[in-house]
Design a binder for this molecule. Sequence first.
Ligand code: ATP
Ligand code: MG
Length: 524
Amino acid sequence: MALEMRRNQGKNGIGLSNYDRVCRTDDRPWQRPSGSPSATNSKNRGDQASELLLDKTSPATVRKRDSKQKINSPPHGCLGCRGIATMWTMKNQPVPGRLIQRLPKKIQRLLRQVGALADEQGVALYLVGGVVRDLLLKRENWDLDLTVEGDGVAFARLVADRYKAGLAVFERFATARLVFPDGLKVDIATTRQESYAQPAVLPTVQPASIEADLSRRDFTINAIAVQLNQRQFGRLLDPYGGRRDLRERTIRVLHAGSFQDDPTRIFRAIRFEQRFGFRLERTTSRLLVQAASTNLIQRLSGPRLQNEILLLLAERDPVRALVRLGQLKLLRFLHRGLCYRKDVKRTVTAVPKALTWWVSRFPDSAIDRPIVYLMALSSESSPSVVATMIRRLVLSREQAKKVSTGASLVDRALKSLTKEGTVRPSQVYRLLEDFSDEALVLLLAKKLSKQQGVRLSLLRRHLTAYMKNRTMKTALTGRDLQAMGLQMGPQYKTILGKLLDARIDGMVTTEAEERAFVQERLTG
Ligand code: ATP
Ligand code: MG
């Protein structure tokens, strides 16, 4: 587990991934996406949410059992919710801490301890959002989101102090991220409510009750909380029928203006729909189609759009989600002129297979998977379209370079590497030396996507040889050439280049042979 935790820890500073940083810099108070490619993959295990749920109580049974209990009204009714008041009363039910038992023992212990700490501080503490959803779905997710009815940041400081955890505070949003010594990340926020001055802009937030906090969330399945205070440990709050929707494999927004308020939820809906194999509830689907047909997404800032797109592409199988984006004509928000023809679709569809082969052959190569998909998606678009898309998505310099050069390099190399006749290993090396690993995967995907599968194994052989050869070095250096009497100048590069080619092709294998090779060129 510790290993898994470490794996999920971002590389930067306190452990925030790039996507986290995007979010933070773009002022997304509510969200801590798990979008680093590696982190996302870990939680997508098992495609379908097949085994549900701990509590098989039918609504009818609940109604009967709750009839004597006080019925609290939810702050808002969620869309199409049947028996909302009934569901709301579930919060008063004593629900055993069985759900928490699905977490690793170490995390369970931690949650009990912070629950006790919350009691000491006189605040209510909840586990909330995606982790609760995934616990109910029995899917692994240790991205812990805690929310405090009270001062979340003060509580986070206390926890950090007690556990010697790293702490990053985002005062403006009353949120903090803790990174425990073993790598476990925990986000702690103050329960809040939000109001949107305009569609698609970030909301203003203010402290509020847990009920109000749940009511501002995206979908019913993400609006479930589990209380952690000692006496209420494991108590489930499910005011919008999230558990029912999980059982019925449904994505449902909480109110009709949800996509208008925050169009990133359009992408989130598609992401969850595809990840879990759920379907959109009818009204939700209508609202989504309606919102998608407007220009709301255009209003999203670059970092927010980038975040959503990259998170979607970081899913285990983003192909279906991309098909969905295509159907809903949402790819226009990357660029209106994006070329999304049949051949592009075929290349995109071939990416998972190419990635699987690549990862099995070269497990040490760190592939930016979302970028491979983005490269595939834009592989037949003009350079100016790609450049504008890159700007719109404010991709990092490294990602931008990969995406802008990938496609053109790939087409040229593909022809040479799959044509009749022998290609020397050094020629392959020279053809591919400027390729990012992502471009190499795209190269393979393009080949896989062509219906005539001939020469696929040849390409794979070339790739395998290239990956071995690209670490090859000559024994001689510039200094040796100098000692051999060569005048300083551009010929150094040429001779060393030729020497490397000869090494790669196996024409020279020792330092003595290299010297003889150079000598020959100097005298000849
Ligand atoms: P994932 O498994 O992809 O991390 P998640 O549901 O955990 O999915 P996060 O982005 O980690 O999503 O956010 C945590 C929680 O914050 C969500 O479960 C949801 O309750 C809330 N949330 C996140 N983004 C939004 C949003 N755009 N609008 C409303 N609530 C949101
Ligand atoms: Mg999450």
